[in-house]
Design a protein around this ligand. Sequence first.
Ligand code: SF4
Length: 342
Amino acid sequence: MSDGRVREGGQPVPPILEVRHLTKHFATPAGVVHAVDDVSLDVYPGETLGLVGESGSGKTTTAYMIAGLLRPTGGTIRYLGRDIAGAERTRALRREIQIVFQDPGTSLNPAHTIYEILTLPLRVHRLVPRSEFQTAVRRMMERVQLPASYMYKFPRELSEGEKQCVAIARAMAAEPKLIVLDEPTSALDVSMQARVLHLLLDLQREFGFSYLLITHDMSIMRNFATRVAIMYLGQIVETAPVDAFFTTPRHPYTQMLISSVPVLTEDEEAMKPTQVRSQGEIPSPVHPPSGCRFHTRCPRRMEVCTRVEPRMVELGDRHRAACHLYPPGGTAAGEAAGESGE
Ligand code: SF4
């Protein structure tokens, strides 16, 4: 599943993270919840892969398995070439893959000062001598644009946005390679959202972090991600570079999501796909529909869609979709029919 990225000299760039056929099922009194079913994705060095989907699509479960907070039911998670899906996470691995949670209020220990919170990774991973903790914390706080005096405060004395900056500083303190961002701005007001997103972009430029960004906010995705993967009912249905994702979405579900995004200018409006209206609600993950899981809501459903699960098909320029409108190796039914959004 190379995404076609090449180094100078023509060698392909290996992904930092390769997820293949990842599955997570939960047994519940109502039946088995198919939270994640056969998800494959790559994250490349220094990029931001956005994972988008409605509530219940499985994006957070996928993120938690990658971060080591949930153990997969099946599939592989290769980090720098090594399968880490079923393994106990070593200290080194926990250092290299960090997560920033949606709610900074619950992710910071309320009984600890900011100084104690930020020195924890330094102590656990033995990154700097104890005598240099004060200087290191001061530097971290400066890097996330918080006054150094805040190191003596407790989380309850900070705003939600300031707490999220502390959570980002804590993740950064471990000197990670990959950071999972689980809806990092959804609990913040609009001005703090912009500040936190700019901060994350600056840190990525400076330190070369790879990000896996979980969000349901298409505007954040547009401004922040390098590539986008769309999840629906536990499966990835489309992946594309961010520009192609917004200008030429191929999967009817992606077209539905994008056509409902508010825009500011007439140019942006003109670029949007024709309004695609889905029918009904997202089905239960306990009994996912047969064939294409989107067929119960898809306005372009065909007979085959109810019976046969579509395969992910390469559409060129690192763009892929799983939909019977694009048969493997064949003429895209959607193109032949004059697909909206193209
Ligand atoms: Fe719609 Fe069929 Fe494509 Fe599923 S496979 S998105 S039902 S056209």
